[in-house]
Design a binder for this molecule. Structure first.
Ligand code: 2BA
Length: 109
């Protein structure tokens, strides 16, 4: 048994969830926050057999697109006058960040 953890853009979350459900996978959706942008994203947990992991990854890949996002730098520079000067940075977010971990035990009681 494996657990697929996928961090996806909020806008893609429901599309991925819908497709995974349609294909018979059980999914848990968590509302999460990215540590760099400090913006909302979605984390999906999918418990499945080793044989189905690639199918889950393929569905996530097909439903997630990457985006450029402008954010205020989390570590603003200090200007000549000693002022705190936040500056915009452009980062590419996603399609999805995926972790696959071994599940030691899976039980429904
Ligand atoms: P955030 O941490 O908000 O990061 C958003 C995007 O900002 C990242 O996109 C990346 O392009 C950029 N970024 C992140 N940390 C950076 C840094 N220290 N310096 C410069 N740019 C940085 P993605 O890589 O597609 O990541 C999207 C979201 O996936 C992340 O949101 C975070 O919530 C999660 N994530 C990505 N890699 C992770 C990891 N190794 N462990 C845990 N969560 C991760």
């Amino acid at each position: 048994m494996k657990l697929v953890l996928a961090i996806v853009h909020d806008e893609d979350g429901n599309r991925v969830l819908g497709e995974l459900n349609k294909k018979g996978f059980s999914v848990t959706k968590l509302a999460t926050t990215g540590g760099f942008l400090r913006a909302g994203n979605t984390t999906l947990l999918v418990g499945t057999s080793k044989e189905h992991v690639q199918t889950v990854i393929d569905i996530i890949k097909a439903k997630c697109s990457s985006r450029k996002q402008i954010a205020t730098s989390p570590t603003p520079s200090t200007g000549a006058a000693g002022l705190y000067v936040p500056y915009p940075v452009e980062v590419e977010v996603g399609g999805a960040t995926i972790f696959v971990v071994d599940v030691e035990k899976f039980e429904k009681v």
